[in-house]
Design a binder for this molecule. Structure first.
Ligand SMILES: *Cc1c(COP(=O)(O)O)cnc(C)c1O
Length: 390
């Protein structure tokens, strides 16, 4: 088991265990092989409307039609920024990892004035800091990340929404690595703009993005001084979305994929799917802890990924290479330089099962052993099994 196996006809199956892109189920892949039909024809429009209808409860905004368009996640984030802010306007970024700084960069690119409330990677968002900042100055928007996939921290959007709701600011949230795997109740919590993408908990290939806008945000979005914006202009998207139509030539095959994935979530039931994400992420974290890893995030961990520090004496980059080369298991490292030799990130979002988690732990234990460690594999599997079968 030394060389990486080819992807098709694998002796050991290729296991995409990243926090995105995530494994795409066979059913979803097959849906993409359907004929490409006219994007304004009746077959496609029926499917597009079903996509919108199925997304509403997942987003938690039953009364408004989401916009679904071709873009990556960062494009979706940019769409939020250019529609809620504009040159010279003040925005506040909740920064507790790597995606807050991306929001900052996007806001600076349009000439907005950016302040941030920063906490060290792994910590929750500083809610009191946000509240203080909003009392001190007026902001057009607060930009936050639902699941900080660089650290595994989950943001308490209910609490953040309650704070932002007291002000005129709009709360825009990057739920790219959360939506479909972590609970989102946009209307109830006061999340004004939700953006997400296809390749994480929505278990599709990369390439589609979505946005959902509250009435409070619409006030702001429809003002002329937003942007600069064109492709991502929500005022172009909304009239089409409300009619159940795509704004641009829809990526038909990708939409077929999303339709199939949302059908699968519907079959499982949204609550059951969310509970599965919590259960599997807890099981993986418990199992890894029993193998000698430590869990990185300090507050509430995200249910969509598990972020670990490697056991004493084990180099994380060597472990990640060993998992790929020896076990065809692809997990992620980090871009934080100081944690490069310590951090391992594993996705628990999308099409993940009990068996995947137990296999992850088996391969983690084997790879640690290959590198000279002495993990207690039985303890790791038992700790996970206890969470999986309480
Ligand atoms: C993956 C991810 C994105 C980025 O999306 P791209 O599709 O790579 O542009 C944005 N935000 C978060 C939190 C993510 O995990």
């Amino acid at each position: 088991m030394n060389a990486r196996f080819p992807i098709s006809g694998d002796a050991v199956p290729y296991r995409l265990r990243l926090p995105g892109p995530t494994a795409v189920p066979e059913r979803v892949l097959r849906a993409m092989a359907q004929p490409v039909v006219a994007h304004r024809g009746p077959e496609f429009l029926a499917r597009f409307r079903d996509i919108q209808a199925r997304l509403r409860p997942i987003i938690g905004r039953p009364g408004s039609a989401p916009y679904v368009f071709a873009s990556t996640g960062i494009g979706a984030m940019e769409s939020a920024v250019v529609n809620v802010a504009g040159p010279g306007q003040r925005v506040l970024v909740a920064n507790n990892g790597q995606w807050g700084p991306v929001f900052r960069r996007l806001a600076e690119a349009i000439g907005a004035e950016v302040d941030d409330v920063a906490t060290p990677p792994g910590s929750p968002v500083d809610l009191e800091g946000i509240e203080r900042a909003l009392k001190a100055k007026e902001y057009a928007a607060v930009l936050a990340v639902h699941s900080e996939s660089s650290t595994g921290a989950l943001t308490d959007l209910k609490a953040l929404g309650a704070i932002v709701r007291q002000t005129s600011a709009v709360l825009a949230v990057d739920s790219v690595s959360a939506l479909g795997g972590a609970e989102m109740r946009a209307d109830e919590w006061g999340v004004d703009v939700v953006v997400s993408a296809s390749q994480k908990a929505l278990m599709c290939p990369p390439g589609l993005a979505l946005a959902s806008v509250s009435d409070k945000a619409w006030e702001v979005v429809s003002r002329a001084d937003r942007g600069p914006r064109s492709y991502f202009d929500y005022t172009r998207m909304r009239p089409n979305a409300d009619k159940g139509e795509p704004t641009y030539t829809a990526p038909v095959s990708m939409m077929n994929a999303l339709h199939e994935a949302l059908t699968m979530i519907g079959e499982e039931g949204l609550d059951a799917a969310l509970a599965r994400h919590r259960r599997l992420s807890s099981a993986l974290a418990a199992g890894a802890a029993a193998l000698g890893f430590s869990v990185f995030p300090k507050g509430t961990p995200s249910p969509t990924l598990v972020v670990l520090l490697a056991p004493e004496g084990i180099d994380a980059t060597a472990l990640i290479d060993r998992l790929a080369d020896g076990y065809n298991t692809i997990v992620a490292g980090t871009r934080f330089e100081d944690l490069k030799h310590r951090m391992v990130r594993i996705g628990t979002m999308g099409a993940v099962s009990d068996g995947d988690i137990l296999t992850d732990l088996h391969h983690l234990a084997s790879a640690v052993r290959d590198l000279g460690g002495r993990p207690d594999e039985a303890a790791g599997l038992a700790a996970a099994a206890e969470v999986l079968n309480p």
